[in-house]
Design a protein around this ligand. Structure first.
Ligand code: AMP
Length: 403
């Protein structure tokens, strides 16, 4: 893998695509700075070599979330919100350019001295970014002598700054540390998994995870299904699932997955029981039920005790574990137990030498909520990108560097 460790950046201007797409509160304070922190090692290495850094990123979806009058909400989506915090974290003043391709922006990047950092304004203020426009990518490329991609979260997009731009840096392009470690950890599971390999899939919808499940059937020894998507499998087999979540148009697909797993010798585990509720509410009345016999008017919102016992047993024996998606509505205390017990089992297996990868989004949020972030092997920052990687797709941001 070509990473920034293969180069010395002395007197070089590195154009680094980072993921500063951080969550902000109503006053535009950063509520979780892990994406910025994730990019620091790459920035620091370039500065320590005696180079300078031009950072470019997106923040939100400004062209999809226009103001009521149809104009861009610059105040909300400006990357200026991240300048002070990035400066504090780096211990140097980060310069800012109000536009990513204006004459002033190029003036600022051209005059950058070794040891200095410039952040460009939100790339997605230009429609050309998400369109992967080559002319826009070429303009951006003028900001640096060298291109570094450290934005794993957008590696599955063929956008101007994440993929198209790489062609303007032949022999002078590489992965940053964050991107490299995301890829190395994903490869450990996808290409070098020690057996038994168990994939745990949860969350609301089968449709989001279907391609991953299909791809993993031929790789994993066990696939555990939990969360809202499990009920589509029970309904498909003729069970009564009450008001539980279901995707009616995926019933046939669910049956096909069950058959495919059987044919390939993959142990597909569905949860036999659930904690059920009389409404989707944190104060709902609760009970327990078998998943093929949930009473009318009730819905499964967490896996039950039999499911937990069966899943924990398999997880404890695993040597490689991939987890994506909660086992229930873990945001509500009454329905977090299943997700917590699975997280604990993963932590225990990890302490006994298993390798565990937690795939972004809700599973990462759950692991943090339970205070177990340091008890698993790796927590990925890239939700969509990681999912596409496990679907077996080539990520444009990765291909562009490797080509
Ligand atoms: P996803 O984005 O597909 O990974 O889904 C995550 C969401 O699924 C979380 O917000 C959970 O609250 C929700 N979820 C998990 N289990 C259930 C369930 N049994 N019924 C409804 N929602 C669920």
């Amino acid at each position: 893998m070509i990473t920034i460790d293969n180069f010395n950046f002395s007197k070089q201007r590195a154009l680094v695509r980072v993921d500063f797409n951080v969550p902000l509160d109503k006053q535009y304070n950063i509520t979780d700075d892990s994406r910025i922190k994730g990019a620091l090692p790459t920035i620091k290495k370039i500065l320590a070599d005696g180079g300078s850094v031009v950072l470019m990123s997106h923040l939100g979806r400004p062209l999809k979330k226009l103001k009521e009058d149809g104009t861009i909400d610059f105040k909300k989506f400006t990357l200026r919100h991240t300048v002070k915090h990035t400066s504090d974290l780096l211990g140097i003043e980060v310069k800012f350019s109000d536009d990513c391709i204006s004459a002033e922006a190029f003036n600022l990047s051209k005059n950058l001295k070794p040891g200095e950092v410039l952040l460009l304004e939100n790339l997605r203020f230009y429609k050309e970014e998400e369109k992967g426009d080559e002319g826009f990518a070429e303009k951006l490329s003028k900001h640096g002598d060298f291109y570094v991609n450290d934005a794993f979260g957008t590696a599955h997009r063929a956008h101007a700054s994440t993929a198209i731009i790489a062609k303007f840096f032949p022999g002078k392009k590489c992965f940053g540390y964050l991107m490299a470690s995301e890829l190395e950890n994903a490869e450990k599971v996808m290409s070098h998994a020690q057996q038994p390999f168990t994939a745990i899939m949860g969350g609301a919808k089968v449709s989001d995870k279907i391609l991953i499940i299909e791809n993993l059937i031929s790789k994993a020894d066990n696939i555990i299904i939990g969360g809202g998507m499990a009920y589509t499998f029970f309904k498909a087999q003729g069970g009564n699932i009450g008001n539980s979540l279901v995707e009616e148009d995926k019933l046939d697909l669910a049956l096909q997955i069950i058959e495919k797993a059987k044919a390939k010798g993959c142990n597909l585990l569905l949860p036999p029981d659930s904690v059920i509720a009389d409404k989707f509410d944190k104060d709902a009345n609760t009970n327990t039920a078998e998943n093929n016999n949930i009473p009318t008017g009730w819905m499964g919102l967490d896996i039950g005790s039999k499911a937990i016992a069966a899943f924990v047993e398999v997880i404890q024996k695993s040597k490689t574990i991939l987890w994506n998606g909660p086992m229930g509505v873990f945001e509500m205390p009454k329905f977090e137990n299943g997700t917590r017990k699975i997280a604990e089992a993963i932590a225990t297996a990890t302490s006994k030498g298993a390798y565990s990868l937690i795939g972004g989004g809700d599973s990462a949020a759950a692991i943090h909520q339970f205070g177990m972030a340091d008890k698993v092997s790796y927590i990925s920052t890239g939700g969509g990108a990681l999912l596409e990687y496990f679907e077996g797709k080539v990520l444009p941001g990765v291909k562009a560097i490797e080509e």
